[in-house]
Design a protein around this ligand. Structure first.
Ligand code: ZN
Length: 340
């Protein structure tokens, strides 16, 4: 039903696929689509079917679909992550315990939506993007493919580089504070500053409080990764540290701050500013892969309701204080399939 020769590829980057490779991508997307339909037919608790065919740089392919034990987050896994796990296992088995370089080259994302109907291309949720934001198994060359069918009833092949979803994925913050650092604003951040009537002194104050909180940590830092976060809501700064339960289980400070702000101000609030300060690495700095200071997962959660794309983000970098926005950090918002 899809004519590969007539199928146009839509992308924001210079990109060429050989005809054979294009044919393969279409095949893999259709395979994923069939799996997504099968998952829905089986009876998915969320009533949504997705599937991904993932390919590693050494050419191994593996399929995965969304897996929902219950609706809550710990017992659910999206198709993207399911496919990457499947690909990793397959690659390990194939390499038979030998050391190999595991990087994801392609993610072919499909939905259970009938291909005869109009639909938008699939966008990864922020939980999946939190995975993709790590440097270990994904790089700036990773491409996400999906079908989209526009109003003209024409199916197109959408190709998106991972970096389009995560433009700051290689950005490293610094845990050294210096009040004389230059402050750099993106254009979007400058617009938000005047919109929310926030001046440079306020940005400095919020970052300083975040730093102080980082320095004066009172909870036990089991993970060796101390992170502080502040939010500015209704003219008040809420600040807290990451609280560790174990090395890898913790309360994320952005979400904790927001909970406090909601309790004090009721549900109807807008977060003007988010500031993070902390350790990029939980291990030694010689480690190759940072754990990250900014939580993509939490930004995704607060943006569903309490923050918008214009919410300001303040980060302490080596050479400057960088002021950007949620919309620049996460250019595409994942829309839940139900009313929030
Ligand atoms: Zn996801």
């Amino acid at each position: 039903m899809i004519n590969v020769n007539e199928l146009s590829i839509v992308s924001n980057f210079d990109f060429e696929l050989s005809n054979d490779e294009k044919k393969l991508i279409v095949e893999k997307l259709l395979e994923a689509h069939n799996l997504a339909v099968a998952n829905l037919d089986f009876g998915n608790i969320t009533n949504r079917g997705f599937a991904v065919n993932a390919c590693s740089q050494d050419g191994i392919w593996a399929l995965g679909t969304n897996f929902n034990n219950t609706r809550n987050e710990i017992s659910s896994i999206c198709a993207e992550r399911s496919a990457v796990m499947s690909l990793f296992n397959k690659s390990l088995i194939k390499n038979n315990s030998k050391i190999f370089n595991f990087k994801v080259k392609y993610l072919c994302m499909a939905q259970a939506i009938d291909l005869n109907k109009s639909f938008k291309s699939a966008v990864p949720c922020e939980d999946c993007l939190a995975w993709f934001n790590t440097c270990r198994f994904f790089d700036d060359e990773t491409i996400i493919f999906s079908f989209e069918k526009n109003e003209n009833e024409k199916i197109i092949l959408q190709a998106t580089k991972l970096i389009e979803y995560l433009p700051y994925r290689n950005l490293l913050t610094s845990n050294v504070y210096n009040e004389n650092k230059e402050i750099k604003y993106t254009d979007a951040a400058s617009k938000s500053m005047s919109k929310f009537d926030i001046d440079e002194e306020k940005i400095k104050e919020i970052l300083f409080l975040t730093y102080q909180n980082y320095k004066d940590i009172t909870c036990k830092n089991i993970s060796n990764q101390n992170i502080s976060c502040s939010i500015y809501v209704n003219n008040k700064i809420y600040s807290s540290n990451k609280t560790d339960w174990t090395k890898r289980w913790f309360i994320e400070p952005l979400e904790y701050n927001l909970k406090q702000a909601i309790e004090e101000n009721s549900d109807n609030i807008h977060i003007d500013v988010v500031s993070y300060f902390g350790d990029e690495f939980s291990g030694s700095k010689d480690e190759k892969f940072n754990d990250g200071v900014v939580s993509i997962k939490s930004l995704g959660r607060i943006r569903q309701k309490y923050a918008k794309s214009d919410t300001i983000i303040v980060l302490n970098l080596d050479n400057c204080i960088f002021v950007t926005t949620v919309g620049e950090f996460l250019p595409k918002k994942f829309v839940q399939g139900y009313k929030i």
